[in-house]
Design a protein around this ligand. Structure first.
Ligand code: GLA
Length: 737
């Protein structure tokens, strides 16, 4: 049975031995498919953390004994201990700053096929209730934890710290993997051993919260992170706003991990009877290294987090890098014809299509006025949809609903709708005119809902929306929130956005929506429930994408990772990479194009058409298969490689990219992973360009051989001299006989 309360058991013997107080305790075991979390929940006592690791039996859980020394509170509260970092702190109505939370009861319930265990804590003096929740599913390795904090005091209390969860991680040789970067360089992997002191990873952007640092981390418990072996824990804070992850390595035997909303500048007042619910912290444990954690998150993400995680994604062309703001009817029609002729299934018109009084010809005008610019598009949106239909493809559109330009009709009419601090001049973002709409304001929520509702009501055939967000909250002030609730802005913005997205999804459950925020600024499980996918980065350079997609893949599945073939030289790096390599990288995620097809040669178009066709063949494996990262680009061995294996292990796709060209460098051979050792696989190269077939083309090998040895990749492509370049890559389909 899942999630057992182990019953009342006596810890007296041990605790006496350990020199601690005599208590009787009730252990609660919370199980995922492969892991257990055990808590000691003795009524009237502190809730204690006993264990998080591989799945254990009820007997083991019953006999679990805390280490000699400290047993850590499972949800550390501030004020009555010396623990420097805590999960929760508040100022009571009378000014008292302490909490003393003890167990009041334990309950469980089922919700949507998930088991939810709730431990209710109450303060032993003040009428404050904290519910600590754990959500698990019998067929998933990921568990979620979050809390609900209720104030029953007569006057408001102020929450000054409100983490979603806490986990002590036993010291040993624990390493941290985290993800950092900047615009165009998102999600780069950092690995480091945890050393003494406080490590903080946080966002203060308000909106684009994965732009610089990610709210997901992995802990490798047995030394330097390894893809396949060693114990590892993955943690993802599922929140689209400001977050803070803290890892405190102090004098105790454990590293102390806390994750939650960033409380800086966000102290939250709770009136009598009000409840504050924290976002979920998702945790997964693995004894198959960090690769095991990734696979668990991918499966759970597809099944339970992102929208339509069970539906294959269409191959699309997005207009942005092809024409930027230069939208016109002929240009759009051309692009549609082109993508259809190459086998694409969807066309997405990006920025530049709207604005009447303030046409959107560049990034300085128009946001807020979501009315088609009839000068550019006389046939309107319907004309474009009809054109798409003629080409037998679907149509999608770009919007940036949470934002407004000062040069817009919306701002002229309603300057009170923007995020702005009293007595301060506005600070502008993109285009030196961009501002955030104040999503904490219900009227603004209505406007944002109506943007989508109007489009979808008028044009129900819109199949795809790219929802962008290109500005951080820079003016800390709400013209809607009262003076004593100004510190709620960041949190209430997110609440307002979530409410609006709920309403949109309730009415339009089927439309595909991409989360974009200046590239990879919204790559987060907190935002994904309403979105099908994310734009991984505005940087489409294939070489740099290998690094960024590598980092992104630690927590997010390929089905959600938009990856587009773009022009050469690349618009962000100016690097010139042949179409073969650009395609081979894009084919390892959700394949799309972002290029002016009119600038492609006939040969490039033919090659792309073939590749799109072949991608359709491997799409189920890439989008629903298990990822095995084989050789990391960060190891700088000259090669990066990964593969996806179908759940039945009857099919797999192997990717191999040369990441540098050094003369006479011996590149490492890459052994495969995740195959069935007893199955025999036939090898077929996809997107091939060589004159001669690969020596192993069409040949069969056992899974055992492929996993122990791998195949020798030729370092270069076999091409006529004038077509040779320093780039080389391979995509192989493996099918069992
Ligand atoms: C952001 C997005 C781009 C594009 C532009 C349009 O930068 O990340 O993909 O949509 O906005 O202005």
């Amino acid at each position: 049975m899942n999630n057992l309360k182990i019953g009342v058991l006596s810890l007296t013997a041990f605790l006496t031995f350990a020199g601690m107080e005599n208590i009787t305790a009730e252990n609660i075991k919370i199980d995922t498919q492969n892991s257990s979390l055990v808590l000691q929940a003795d009524k009237g006592k502190k809730l204690r953390h006993l264990y998080y690791g591989g799945k254990i039996t009820d007997t083991d859980a019953k006999n679990l004994r805390p280490a000699v020394g400290k047993i850590y509170n499972a949800y550390p509260d501030y004020g009555m201990t010396t623990m420097p970092e805590t999960a929760i702190a508040m100022i009571h109505g009378d000014g008292n700053m302490t909490l003393d939370l003890v167990v009041d009861g334990v309950s469980s319930r089922k919700e949507d096929g998930a088991d939810i265990q709730t431990i209710t804590l109450k303060d032993n003096y003040y009428p404050v209730i904290v519910k600590v929740n754990y959500k698990t599913r019998p067929d998933e390795n990921v568990m979620e934890t979050w809390t609900e904090i209720t104030n029953n005091e007569k006057s408001p209390v102020t929450l000054t710290r409100f983490a979603s969860g806490y986990l002590p991680i036993r010291k040993g040789d624990v390493w941290l993997s985290s993800f950092h970067g900047n615009w165009g360089n998102e999600a780069k992997v950092t690995e480091e051993p945890l050393t003494r002191g406080l490590k903080v990873i946080k966002s203060h952007e308000g909106v684009r919260n994965s732009r610089y640092d990610h709210s997901e981390v992995m802990f490798s418990l047995d030394g330097k992170p390894d893809e396949n072996s060693g114990k590892a824990i993955g943690a993802a804070l599922c929140y689209g706003g400001n977050y803070k992850l803290r890892i405190d390595t102090d004098e105790t035997d454990s590293h102390h991990f806390f994750a939650g909303i960033n409380e800086e500048d966000s102290h939250y007042k709770l009136g009598k009877g009000e409840t504050f619910t924290t976002p979920a912290l998702a945790l997964a444990w693995s004894d198959e290294g960090i690769g095991g954690v990734s696979r668990s998150f991918h499966k759970w993400g597809r099944n339970h987090k992102l929208a339509h995680g069970d539906k294959p994604r269409k191959v699309l062309l997005n207009s942005w890098e092809g024409v930027y703001f230069d939208i016109n009817e002929k240009g759009m029609a051309d692009m549609m014809k082109n993508i259809a002729s190459m086998g694409g299934e969807l066309f997405v018109m990006d920025d530049g299509w709207f604005g009447v009084k303030y046409p959107r010809n560049n990034d300085t005008t128009g946001l807020g006025d979501w009315i088609v610019d009839a000068k550019k598009l006389p046939g309107g949106i319907q004309g474009l949809i009809d054109e798409a239909k003629k080409n037998n493809i679907s149509f999608g559109i770009w919007i940036e609903p949470e934002m407004v330009n000062s040069k817009s009709e919306l701002f002229e009419k309603h300057p009170e709708y923007v995020v702005k601090a009293d007595h301060r001049n506005l600070k502008y973002g993109r285009g030196k005119t961009q501002l955030n709409l104040d999503m904490s304001n219900p009227k603004v929520q209505e406007i944002v809902f109506n943007i989508v509702d109007t489009l979808m009501t008028k044009y129900p055939e819109i199949d795809y929306i790219k929802w962008d967000a290109n500005m951080d909250i820079e003016n800390h002030g709400s013209q809607y929130l009262p003076a004593d609730r100004q510190s709620h802005l960041y949190i209430d913005y997110m609440k307002g956005l979530e409410k609006t997205l709920d309403k949109i999804r309730a009415k339009y459950p089927d439309v595909t929506i991409q989360a974009c925020a200046s590239g990879g600024g919204r790559v987060n499980y907190g935002i994904l429930p309403w979105f099908d996918e994310f734009w991984t980065s505005d940087n489409t350079d294939a070489l740099q994408r290998i690094y960024m997609q590598w980092g992104t893949s630690y927590f997010f599945p390929a089905i959600a990772m938009a990856s587009h073939i773009s022009a050469a030289p690349n618009h962000q790096t100016r690097r010139t990479i042949p179409i073969k390599f650009r395609t081979d990288v894009a084919m390892s995620g959700r394949l799309g194009m972002e290029i002016q097809p009119n600038d492609m040669t006939v040969q490039e178009k033919e090659q792309t058409k073939k590749a799109i066709n072949e991608y359709k063949e491997i799409r189920p494996i890439v989008q629903f298969g298990d990822l095995y990262r084989l050789m990391s680009p960060y190891d700088e061995k000259g090669v990066a490689s990964l593969m996806y294996v179908a759940p039945e292990k009857d099919k797999a796709v192997f990717y191999w990219w040369k990441t540098r060209a050094f003369r006479n460098e011996i590149l490492p051979k890459v052994a495969m992973k995740g195959l069935d050792p007893d199955k025999i696989y036939i090898v077929k190269e996809l997107n091939s360009i060589d004159n001669k077939k690969l020596s192993f083309e069409g040949k069969s090998y056992s899974g055992k051989f492929l996993m122990e040895n791998g195949l020798e990749m030729p370092v270069n492509h076999d091409l006529p001299k004038d077509q040779q370049t320093d780039w080389s890559s391979r995509v192989l389909l493996l099918e069992s006989k």
